[in-house]
Design a protein. Structure first.
Length: 133
């Protein structure tokens, strides 16, 4: 029988995210898709419950970043609303360059605001030949 890959603390975080997704996001998912408007209320909920913190190290106000927990958070939310899951994914992807190659000064300056959700990350993508350039 396979063992649970998540620690007890990680399982608690997964459960919190699962419940928030089910109770607060799922009832709005169809409306979010239909309106095509950015769901600021979902972002506020993430801020309120520290969900963005899953993506960041403790020294920047996060919960201790791990790729596994980023994937767990994205998966749990995306089960009920892909758009809301993408908000977490973009926060991770948009901060990755800074996490990997930023100076200590840059990390200190920016990552805590991103971990709290005070700031949202963005990134640009181009794929010549695929229509996104």
């Amino acid at each position: 029988m396979p063992t649970e890959p998540l620690s007890e603390e990680q399982q608690e975080i997964r459960q919190l995210i699962r419940e928030l997704a089910r109770d607060r996001i799922a009832p709005r998912a169809a409306e979010i898709d239909k309106s095509a408007e950015f769901p600021w209320d979902v972002v506020e909920m993430y801020r309120e419950h520290g969900i963005f913190g899953v993506l960041f190290d403790e020294e920047y106000g996060g919960l201790g970043a791990s790729a596994l927990m980023a994937f767990v958070a994205i998966e749990e939310v995306s089960k009920v609303c892909a758009t809301s899951g993408l908000i977490i994914a973009v926060q991770e992807l948009g901060t990755l360059g800074l996490k990997l190659a930023g100076t200590d000064e840059q990390k200190q300056r920016y990552l805590s605001k991103l971990a709290s959700g005070e700031w949202l990350a963005a990134y640009a993508l181009t794929e010549p030949g695929s229509g996104s350039d």
